[in-house]
Design a protein around this ligand. Sequence first.
Ligand SMILES: Nc1ncnc2c1ncn2[C@@H]1O[C@H](COP(=O)(O)OP(=O)(O)OP(=O)(O)O)[C@@H](O)[C@H]1O
Ligand SMILES: [Mg+2]
Length: 438
Amino acid sequence: MTGTVPTPVAELRTALEILDALLTVRIEERRGGPSGRPLSLDDDDGEGLPSVDRFTGSGPLATLIHSTGLTPAEALTVLAALAPAIDERFAVRYGELTDRPGAVGLTGEIARTLVARSFRGRLDATLMLAPSGRLRSSGLVDLDPPDDLSGTLRTPAALTAWLLGLPPEPPVATAAFPAHPLATVHSLDDVILPAAARRRVDALAGRIAHRSTVVADWGFAAHHDNASGLIALFHGPPGTGKTMTAAALAAHAGLPAYIVDLSALVSKYIGETEKALARVFDRAAREGSILVFDEADAVFGARTEIADAHDRYANQEVSYLLGRIEAHPGIAILTTNLLANIDTAFQRRIHVMIEFPEPGAGERERLWTAVAPPELPVDPAIDHAELARRYRLTGAQIRDATLDAAYLAAADGRVVTTGHLVAGIHRQYEKSARTVPQ
Ligand SMILES: Nc1ncnc2c1ncn2[C@@H]1O[C@H](COP(=O)(O)OP(=O)(O)OP(=O)(O)O)[C@@H](O)[C@H]1O
Ligand SMILES: [Mg+2]
């Protein structure tokens, strides 16, 4: 699983040829033609379905099928739902598998006829297409309307684009997909840290870069359970660069990153949250993206005493989330201000822990220069070393003070002076209800 998008063309061509052959057989079977004629493809499982390795090459379809372990029936349903997006003639041919007038494209019923010929097979296919089945609960296919198998089955737009090899559409955080992309203009070089933290961040970047060599090429995947999973925890006071570093690590590795919205975990709709989280984890596993859990202590802290039914459900979601994180084949980065609040049992599952301390005077001096864009007009008389020595601020506070100073300077129509910066600094102290050192 890397950031590079595998080419889907050859793979999709083969897969659609196989789908086409299966359709021909099913249409003949329906017309009472040479009935029972086995599909001239190997590995007939009794339903006349080809095995999944018949239509997996090295493209996104293969990644999807293998990362989620889809059965032939599931994989063919996804493929059939995708096919009209590539070739609308499939939609017409599907019509030959139903007597229902006005059926458009692939319906749930047609998909069932496509993947099953025996009674037992149809029963299994009915369960496969149920809302709780993996295909729908993981968001691999949507049924519209959702409670009617005569409704239309489609692959969701983001998955369709991804299977076709297009760059993924950034998801919008919703109740159904509680995560949003974490983008950044920062590189790892922009992160200013004391030496020990810096070394750990660089080591983590190396570990991410060499994952596929060690895990896949050197055989760890075959020798250990979930060898590709990597859980990191960044802990330290607010504003010390934890989220920034997570984003910069993803950019450095060329991987997408998502911030998971943990407030969804207190959703009162039991079960919905698990489905929504499943979509996030499945998508991340597929794309190889990094999942970031901010304020992890809220969820990975010692499980609360059960006070009422609502808490119990929240705890159930937390157990689910812990299980998914541990089993996740990709990278997860957790951040917290309160290491002590992270459950010790869970701490043992963490592979890499990095402390982000408050910056010392040396780091603060570098921060003062680093947060100012090169275009910012500044008074050359500003003494950054003196500001750093005098004011104990975090990176986020130094950035905010500089931004305030820039607005004051813009209103004055002049360059940023020490006076503007000190005014900005005072604002930071006021916000954190601390007194300004004299
Ligand atoms: N160590 C740092 N090096 C460079 N810039 C920093 C650093 N720490 C903070 N900043 C600046 O402050 C901004 C906010 O920091 P960030 O959100 O990463 O802090 P955080 O540790 O995640 O805080 P919180 O615990 O409140 O989530 C960054 O985008 C960056 O501009
Ligand atoms: Mg943060």
